[in-house]
Design a protein around this ligand. Structure first.
Ligand SMILES: *Cc1c(COP(=O)(O)O)cnc(C)c1O
Length: 384
């Protein structure tokens, strides 16, 4: 048993300078304790600045960010913006957290699950095209949208996916909940597809305690996103409603935490990458997931390992748990979840194999070099 402390996967860590508390104090002093206010505006601005940095040659237009209550809410709003509704089908990455696909059901639409490729563990471009063709044959129309994830921080195979989506003229939502700080061919995750979403839950790259954002390609779309996220109030004092809205905006207090966290974002990203390098160096006998080639630069939000054979990953994680280490099996694919048992899916066995042979390891800003050595020793002792 590690005598000192329990080692978590990824626990929130505030800046050493107290920036988060200063922004919260400002909100208290001004009595801006509401789901809007100066911290929300400034947090959105600092995210926009982050993505619109001038040394990135890719942008012809300015990206617009709206801060929302969660990434799940942001995906829901993204689907509403794309007009997803009753009877539509939306292609989703099976190998992900349920939050990537649940909003499809909130819209009254049906998710269509697509399996992963071996390189990135994200949506297989090959299977994506197969699924699109097959849905057109079976239903007579195209899926309404595609939701692609940069899982564990690893960018998806974006060139291939965007090419297919363009050819079939289907809009793409990038679920970049895990991928703030990752890049593909030098372009940051959160800027792919037509709309993208981020998470600031307590266990992500940075946190607002709980929160998310939607990244839009123009200002009108951002305005529409905020309209839908604030109960769709038409511009009258008496509250006129022509459409159903949601209460999804981020609070000014949460956004104060987010502003402070932006000052340590770069440190956090570097730390996650450093922890990943250490795992690679020390864990010679197991496969540590790595960038497939130089096009990919994962933030390694969570370092993940694969064993060379199927084993009881649940039991393995419980062993680590007894040693004070939080670990978790890789995502159980959505097409294997009881709640989605009758949902159409296009599978190749890859996500199921990952689920059965892999676990994720502590990687967050509190994880020290000593911790990594202790975790590696514990893993080596537990594999027998
Ligand atoms: C955490 C997560 C989400 C949901 O984020 P919330 O802000 O908690 O709603 C969505 N997708 C993925 C891949 C995630 O890991």
């Amino acid at each position: 048993m590690n005598p000192n402390h329990r080692i978590h996967l990824c626990l929130a860590k505030m800046s050493d300078t107290g920036a988060e508390q200063r922004f919260i104090q400002e909100a208290f002093d001004a009595n801006w304790v509401a789901p809007l206010g100066p911290n929300v505006d400034a947090f959105e601005k600092s995210l926009e600045d982050y993505f619109n940095t001038s040394n990135l040659p890719h942008f012809t237009s300015h990206l617009n960010v709206a801060a929302l209550s969660s990434c799940t809410a942001a995906i829901h709003v993204a689907l509403l913006l794309l007009g997803v509704g009753e009877g539509d089908e939306v292609i989703c990455q099976s190998f992900s957290f349920c939050a990537s696909s649940n909003p499809v059901v909130y819209c009254g639409a049906t998710p269509i699950f697509v399996d992963s490729d071996e390189e990135t563990w994200n949506m297989s471009p090959e299977l994506l095209e197969k699924a699109i063709k097959d849905r057109i044959v079976k239903t007579g129309h195209k899926p309404k949208a595609i939701i692609v994830v940069d899982l564990y921080g690893m960018p998806a195979n974006w060139d291939a996916i965007e090419e297919i989506a363009k050819r079939y003229e289907i809009p793409v939502v990038e679920d970049a909940a895990n991928a703030l700080g990752s890049t593909y061919k030098g372009k940051p995750c959160g800027t792919f597809g037509d709309l993208a979403t981020l998470s600031f839950n307590g266990n992500k790259m940075i946190t607002t305690s709980g929160g998310g954002a939607i990244i839009c390609k123009d200002e009108a779309t951002k305005k529409r996103a905020i309209f839908l996220a604030t109960q769709a109030k038409e511009p009258y004092l008496h509250y006129e409603h022509e459409t159903i809205g949601y209460n999804y905006r981020m609070s000014n207090i949460s956004a104060g935490i987010g502003r402070g966290q932006m000052t340590v974002l770069e440190n956090h990203i570097n730390h996650h990458k450093h922890v990943h390098e250490l795992y690679k160096e020390l864990l010679k006998d197991v496969t540590v997931q790595d960038n497939p080639n130089a096009d990919f630069d994962s933030n390694f939000w969570l370092s993940t390992i694969l064993f060379d054979k199927e084993l009881d990953t649940e039991a393995f994680c419980l062993k680590l748990d007894k040693a004070g280490i939080e670990a978790r099996p890789l995502w159980k694919p959505m097409h294997l979840q009881p709640v989605f048992k009758n949902t159409p899916s296009y599978v190749n066995g890859i996500s199921e194999k990952l689920y059965k042979t892999g676990i994720c390891l502590p990687s967050g800003p509190w994880v020290s070099d000593e911790d990594v050595k202790y975790i590696v020793d514990t893993i080596k002792a537990a594999i027998v």
